[in-house]
Design a protein around this ligand. Structure first.
Ligand SMILES: *[C@@H]1O[C@H](CO)[C@@H](O)[C@H](O)[C@H]1NC(C)=O
Ligand SMILES: *[C@@H]1O[C@H](CO)[C@@H](O)[C@H](O)[C@H]1NC(C)=O
Length: 285
């Protein structure tokens, strides 16, 4: 009896130590926000530049030869990512700056969670385009203008991704919540495939600027966008796990959606004249 229960306790102790070590490794690995450690370039060669004492800053540039981009070395299954970004200033029409999560795209059934910043001519507002893909299907766009000029200072853009929801935040203000409604029989939610973090700056003047009407002004190239002070929290004890709206943040989100939302797929009657995507009938945010 005594022997058995000692063995059992030993196993439990070993298991606990293993769990603690795993939690420490996953929560401290990239907490310092070092771009060299956590990320690798995807395209654009020298147009991806890392700087700062702790490699905590990164710039992307775009010229007529190419755009540029980077991605995380690791894949993540849920978590929270925060990134400070400063967008292309002046005439940025035709440029698109991104921060997104994506699973392996070669499967043809990939998951994705997007922030895409569509540039504009000088003095006109950027459009922040958001979307969610599950198993290769997207069509869940919401677009916003911002309540500040995103090209003057750094602002923090965050994605919280847990079992229950995806939350998009700008400077801690939630602008969009996309919920997992599987309890209501709706299966559209990314939750079966790990995702990497991606960022890029590229030319999209064939669609981004009012359907391709305004072309990128290459006389202003190179265009630059800046990233810094990222944080990736996938720790088991992280508050991202149960992150949800509270009374105050729900109020803030309603304020943004009322005053700054410029497109919502759930109110696009023309596009979905046959039937709206199923989650649209749930107004619970
Ligand atoms: C979570 O655990 C890590 C160590 O594993 C610790 O450094 C961190 O402060 C903890 N965070 C919270 C929110 O308790
Ligand atoms: C550019 O600004 C115009 C005028 O405010 C606006 O209607 C349009 O949506 C903006 N375009 C983009 C791509 O943000």
């Amino acid at each position: 009896m005594g022997f058995l229960s000692n063995g059992h306790h030993e196993k439990v102790l070993v298991l606990k130590i293993v769990m603690v070590v795993v939690a420490m490794v996953s929560s401290t690995a990239f907490g310092a926000g070092n771009f060299h450690e956590a990320f690798e370039p995807t395209f654009g060669g020298h147009r991806v530049q890392i700087s700062g004492q702790r490699s905590e800053q990164l710039s992307l540039s775009l010229d007529q030869g190419s755009g540029s981009g980077f991605r995380s070395k690791k894949e993540y299954m849920f978590g929270r990512i925060d990134m400070q970004m400063k967008l292309v200033g002046g005439n940025s029409a035709g440029t698109v700056t991104t921060l997104y999560l994506s699973s392996d795209q070669s499967t043809g059934r990939h998951d994705e969670i997007d922030f895409e910043f569509l540039g504009n001519v000088t003095g006109q507002p950027y459009t922040l385009h958001t979307n969610v893909f599950s198993q290769g299907e997207g069509n869940r766009e919401q677009q916003f203008h911002l309540w500040f000029d995103p090209t003057i200072n750094f602002h923090t853009y965050s994605i919280v991704w847990n079992q229950k929801l995806i939350m998009f935040l700008v400077d801690e203000t939630p602008i969009r919540v996309f919920r997992n409604y599987e309890d209501r029989g709706i299966i559209f939610f990314p939750k079966n495939q790990p995702q990497r973090i991606y960022a890029s700056l590229w030319n999209a003047d064939d669609w981004a600027t009012q359907g391709g009407l305004v072309k990128t002004d290459w006389s202003k190239a190179p265009f630059n966008a800046y990233y810094r002070n990222f944080n990736i929290d996938t720790s088991n004890n992280g508050s991202w796990k149960n992150h949800d709206l509270n009374e105050n943040s729900r109020k803030r989100m309603r304020w943004v959606q009322k005053n700054y939302m410029v497109y919502d797929y759930c109110s696009d009657w023309k596009r979905f004249s046959q039937a709206f995507p199923p989650e649209c009938k749930h107004s619970r945010v």
